[in-house]
Each structure stands twice: as structure tokens, then as C-alpha cells.
Design a protein. Sequence first.
Lengths: 340, 291
Amino acid sequence: MASNIQGTNKIKWLKPWYGLFLVTVFFLIGPFFLPLSIMADVMVYSLAVLGFDLLWGHTGFLSFGHSAYFGIGTYGTAIFLQFAMFKQIPVPETWLWLAIPVGILVATAAGWFGGFLTFRARAGVYGTFVTIAIQFSFWWAMLKWYWVTGGENGIVNLPWLVFRIPGLPAVSLQDMHAAYFFNLLIAIPAFCLMYRIMHSPFGLILRSIRENEERVVFLGYDVHRYRMYSFILSALFCGIGGALYVNYYRFTGLHTIDWLSSGDLVIMPVLGGSGVYWGPIIGALVFIMFKDYFAVYTWFWRLFVGGIAIIVMLFFRRGVWGLLEKASHSISTRLGRFAQ
Amino acid sequence: MISPELIMTAILNGLSIAMTLALAALGLGMIFGLMHVPNFAHGNFFALGAYVAFSITVITGNFWLAIPISALCVALTGFLFEPVLLRRMYARPLPEILVVMFGVMLITFDVIEVIWGSVGLPVSPPPELSGAIPLSITEYPAYRVFQIIFAGTACIAFYIFLRRTKLGLLIRAGVQDRGMVQALGVNINRIFLAGFSIGVGMAGIGGALTAPFTQVFPLMGNDIIIKLFVVVVLGGVGSFRGTLLAALILGWASAFSALIWPPLSEIVIFFVLAFTLLIRPGGILGEGEEF
């Protein structure tokens, strides 16, 4: 990872609000030229991967079990909806949207627990092994708690959210497009919030921990506490991704919480360029489009995912974003020469 | 009902699980201690050992031949693999190595599936070891007794190799201080190559020994790799005794919890991990022990 302590990007013309505006516009007009399910996946996974990258690209701790929090987010939302549907929790239809905050909260709580156990282990790679173990136990719990989670079948046929604002016709998210744009309403503030977190003094401390942990200790910061904050925030964003996933697809299953999906969460920021805000979003877009393409034409998608991980790590360590920075740099120097 | 016979069987089952885990985890721990590479593909080398054992048994009809040949085949795979990819990665930060090894794991899954197919395959134990033998108060399958003894012997052989040979000495020195070994004029790349081949070869033996009583299936590597990492974390990297002890504890925890509620045996090792981390963050034996 190139040391970029400020976390700023090197493409000079890309100002923050400009970039966030571009992201919004992309998600608004994306459904017109890409399949809706791909766009929904990109949105959901960008949020989760941004959360993951706060922990890896910025704090420098690699978790190999972050699909646990994504999966807990999906299961929390889905179980709430299921209970509400069968009246086990007395919730009126118009309050079904509570499922989304519930899912996010459950994921955050799981992240607090996971982070606590993870950082009990000796520093560095031991913690990574522990994250795998925690993820595996959550996966196992979802598999064996089948009378609630449906086991291998997952939870299907969930009710859709309905909104009734007085004086307006009721809006139901039964339509996939409605669900997508409702997700966008939650996702855009979350994107902005993550930008703010990464470029705040808090984000700067996280990156300082990544660069030189010992010096941050000497400066008087409680490194363990900041790592915990980073872990919990990343679980929170994975939880948002998970809740929105259920809202769009209205089902969940073990594939959201298994180990290979943790690997996807690691490989997306690697592909896009980790440590810079825009990298994970680009990574999620490129990865999901390629994976979709490969899943259609061949069933060797694992070969494809693993191949991407190795090739990117060997030859383009800064991912797609690094290539864009290089291209932008060479264009601007050429333009500068032209102007003279 | 829990009877003395059941408890005796659980003790033996735990020993059998522990020996499988110990064989593979010793190799994994050595590779990690020596080269600082968390070998995610270790479970797949284990699976490869089982698959080679399957093929050799089918072709020659002789399981005794399968154990050495599969160990050699897996070690040879490691021998060819290390210089191609791993050697380029040693200078990188650990998370990047982890990502690359994860990629290797995914690719080897597909390679195994392409060669042998995705259906589970049975391996028959040698006819001399079919049936059960009486052990004090219970009867136990003869093959599993053989597996416990053979794997235990292999662990002891590995210990003697580390303690009594020149290469073992260099490997232990490399685990302690890689830079100093290099400074003394030893070609560390050769040590790495030997260490990696031996480490994955141990996983291959473990896979070949396990094949007759579990089916051979492509995801068997996925099932064991997480447990192996738990053993390494609990035992402490570079600690022979710690790894062995952790494997025994996990094996027995797994076997005894199966008496209470069978699905528990899959998950109990994570409870052990969580509990150990809460009271002893540095692993069971703690730090400071060499290989």
C-alpha cells in the first residue's frame, strides 16, 4: 500500500462533492444501461466494501470474516420481517421499515462482539485468523438454527415494505425499481457519511495507526480503542449493505455469510484500489460486472476470482484506481506541456 | 445414555481427529513461522493428498502404496509452486500475501474439481485393516487405530527431523531469526523451498490417512483449513508442543461434545478458541517457545 496518509486522491480535478455527485448520478442513471440487479448489487456491495476498507485500507487490519457482519445484517432484517409477517412481533404493516434499522443494529452489535474477541488475540495476522473463526461460527449458527433461519434454504418470500404518507397514495416496494430507488435514499447519505468519516481527524488517526502504530501510542492515543471504533463502524456499514440487500431481493441465505463471500469483500477493494475512498466503489462495480459475465459463460468463477486476486497483487498493487491516477497524471502533464 | 464404552470411543475418536489436525497444523505452523506465509491453500494440499490416495488405490489396488506416493506428490506440488509464485511475495506486507494465498486457495479448489469432479468418492481401507479390534472395554475400527499410530509416529519423526538433522536445525534457526541465518551465509531460499515442500507434504500424509474414513470431496480442504488456523492460533506459531497440545484439546472437545449434541462437535473448537483468548490472549502455552 502506498503510504497516502492524508487519504486524498491524486486526481486533482476530482473534488469531494464533485465525486459524490458523480456517484449519485451513476446510481440514478445506472439502471437505464445496466441490469437493475447488477446495479443493486453494486450499491449494496459498495457500502459493505467501503466499511471493510475503513478497517483494511485505512486502519491496516485485514479481516477475513467480514461477510459475517454483512450476513448478520441480512439475517437480522429478514428475521424481523418474517416475525412481523407471522405476527410474532406485533408490527403494523406501515412500520415494517423498522426491519432495516434492526438489521443494522444487530450487525453493529455483532461487530462489537467480533472486534472485542478479535483484538484479544496477539496483534496482526492472529487477529485475522480469529475473524475467520468468528465468521465461521456465525455461519454455523445460521445453518443450524434452521427453524428460524431456514438452514440451507435461507429465508424466502419476505413481505415488502409499504409506506403510507397521509394525503398521498401508498407506496409499496413490491416493484423492484421502487425498492432500488428506496435503497438509494439510504445509500447516498451513507456514502457521504463514509466520506466524512474517512476524511475527518478520526480517519487520519486510523491511517496513522496503519503507518506507524507505535508512534500513535506515543502521541497519547488509545490505539486499541480506535481499532475497535474502526471495526464497529465497518460492521455498521456492512450491516447497512446487508439490510439493503434484503430490502431489494426480499430473501437471504447462507451465501451472504459464507467464507467465499468474505473473500469477495477482500478482493473488491484490492481490485479497485484500497485506502482511497473511490477505490472500493470502482472495485465493486468492476468485480460484480465481471463476475456476472463469468457466471454466465463458465462455472469456473472461483478460478476467475482467485486469478484476479493474484494478478492484481502481483502487477497492479494499487488496483484500478492506481491506473486511473497514472492516466490522469500523464494527461495533465501533457496538457500542461501543450499549454506552454 | 453415556456409558463407559461411549466415553472410551469418544477418547479414541478425539485422538484420531487430533492426530489428523496435528499432522497438517504442524506443517502449516512451520510454513507460517519460517516464511511468514499464512498458507490458505494448506487445506487444499490436504485434499490433494486424499485425492492422490484415492487415485493410487483405484489404479494399483494397494492402499499401502498410496500413503508415501501421495505425500511425495503433494510435496512435489509444493516444490514446484513455491518458486513460481510465493518467492515473489516474501518482501510484501502480510495482508497482501494473505490475499494472494486466498486466490491460490480458490484456484486450487477449481483445479481439484476439474481433475476429479465434484462428487464425493469413497476410498477403501486395506483389507488387512478392515473390521474392528477389541480395545479394553470397547471395539474400535482397526483402520482408525492404524491412523492414530501412523500419524503419531509421523509427528514424532517430524520432531526428530527438526531436532536431529542439519536441515531441521536451519529451519528452526530460520523460524527464530531469518535475517541472522541469511547473514551467516545460508541460502534462505533453499531453506524456504525445503520447508514449504515438507510442510505441505505433511498435509498430504494427513489427507491420505483421513481419506478411508471420510469420503474424498472437493470442499474437504475448506472444512479443515479453518480448524487448522484455530490450532495454530491456540498452540502458538513455531511451538511444536503447543500445536500438539492444541490439537489434542480440540480433538477431544470435538469428540466429547458430539456425545452431548452431535452438531456441537463442528463448532465447539470456536468456543474453545474464544474462551482461551479471553483468559490467555497469547495462546495456550503463551509465547517464547521455539520449535
